[in-house]
Design a protein around this ligand. Structure first.
Ligand code: MEV
Length: 383
């Protein structure tokens, strides 16, 4: 059985604007999704999800990854998948990205990764964006092991970057081609992630991503930020109302098409995010909080807040450094940056929300167990 997990995320600055190439900052949260896979028996057997028949059309995220990493053949074992999630779904906390990233890690650990003296012989990396190794036209490569190739197993086969790429590809499919890599990168790497349209000097730059969206090619540079303070928390307030990221992203796209001047709101969110980032790096949490609250007002202007979100934002404001909705909006969650998590959590609950506290440095994707792996050792033809 292979078990992998990934955290949810919340966005501190820049949601929606990031889809248009503006910067954004997100933080991994303490709540995680865990995914468990094991072979069901013979190749060709029915795949299972939580004990029931797996229906690919109902789970496009899982099916998209299955198609990329576990292509069906006469030798590929069928799998039984179990999901255990502590991340509320459709609530703006990155539950679908966390699921994709954890499933990628589990599938990779379940098959391992072939490497030779030049490095990876299979898999996806940011340098290549896709599998760089062409498939041979027929058969396996019997000389592979003889020629010094080997298979990485366990934790060393799992790569955060590959998990993030896969997660982004799947999010983009689900959001009609308009998805930034903010969720997938954050839940893969953990901690605090900044996306921007240029490489920021002095920050830990990780890699670039690009995507062809209906509005043109978008490019993002992904960085890690270390937050130099440990006496603040985020309290997340859940309205309990579901929202669909893909619908809200389309709603903003329609708004901008109908009222092109709204692009200024997107640009102002970008400016606030840049201010928030420099405050974050200095550890000036009071200023970070003010920028978050300003960001919220602009999101409201884009029409993605809701009466329930406004209610929780108001309730949390007086005990917090800053408050805003987080993620796509339209329902889902708000966040409060606070030095008084108990008071802030209670205020949210009194106003009718569910609250939980998270630190600012949760870890990213992790292989929790890989007993009995690999389940499948594909040859070159299946790379
Ligand atoms: C969703 O968590 C964040 C959005 O900006 C969408 C995206 O970045 O793909 C609303």
């Amino acid at each position: 059985m292979v078990v992998a997990s990934a955290p949810g995320k919340c966005i501190l600055f820049g949601e929606h604007a990031v889809v248009y190439g503006q910067p954004a900052v997100a933080i991994a949260i303490d709540q995680r999704v865990q995914i468990e896979i094991q072979p069901t028996g013979k190749p060709g057997d029915v795949w299972k999800l939580d004990g029931m028949k797996f229906l690919p059309e109902k789970h496009p995220h899982l099916e998209g990854l299955r198609a990329r990493i576990w292509h069906l053949s006469e030798e590929t074992p069928s799998l039984s998948i179990k999901i255990n999630s502590k991340i509320p779904s459709s609530a703006g906390l990155g539950s679908s990205a966390a699921l994709s990233v954890a499933f990628t890690a589990a599938l990779r650990a379940a098959r391992g990764r072939r490497v030779d003296e030049n490095g990876w012989c299979e898999g996806f990396s940011s340098e290549t964006k896709t599998n760089p190794y062409p498939r041979p036209t027929k058969g396996k490569d019997p000389g592979f092991e003889r020629n010094g190739g080997k298979r990485l197993l366990g934790q060393s086969s799992v790569d955060e970057d590959e998990c993030a790429i896969m997660g982004h590809a799947i999010e983009a499919e689900a959001q009609q081609g308009r998805a930034s890599p903010i969720d997938s990168s954050t839940v893969s790497h953990g901690g605090c992630i900044l996306l921007s349209n240029d490489v920021k000097a002095g920050l830990d730059w990780k890699y670039s991503r690009s995507l062809e969206t209906p509005e043109g090619i978008r490019n993002w540079e992904i960085h890690e930020i270390v937050i130099p303070t440990d006496d603040v928390w985020l309290v997340i307030g859940n309205t309990g109302c579901y929202s669909s990221t893909s619908e809200l992203v389309s709603q903003v796209a329609d708004l901008i098409e109908a009222e092109p001047q709204k692009m200024q709101v997107i640009e102002t969110i970008g400016a606030i995010t840049r201010r928030g980032v420099s405050a974050l790096i200095k550890g000036d949490m009071e200023k970070v909080g003010r920028c978050m609250t300003e960001n919220h007002l602009l999101l409201r202007n884009l029409g993605v807040s809701s009466p329930e979100l406004e209610n929780l934002v108001r309730a949390a404001a007086h005990s917090s450094l800053g408050v805003k909705l987080t993620g796509a909006g339209g329902g889902g969650c708000m966040i409060a940056l606070t030095r008084n998590p108990k008071e802030t959590g209670e205020a949210i609950e009194l106003a009718g929300g569910y609250s939980f506290k998270t630190s600012l440095n949760a870890i990213g994707v992790r292989l929790d167990s890989d007993q009995g792996a690999p389940f499948w050792t594909p040859g070159v033809a299946d790379s």
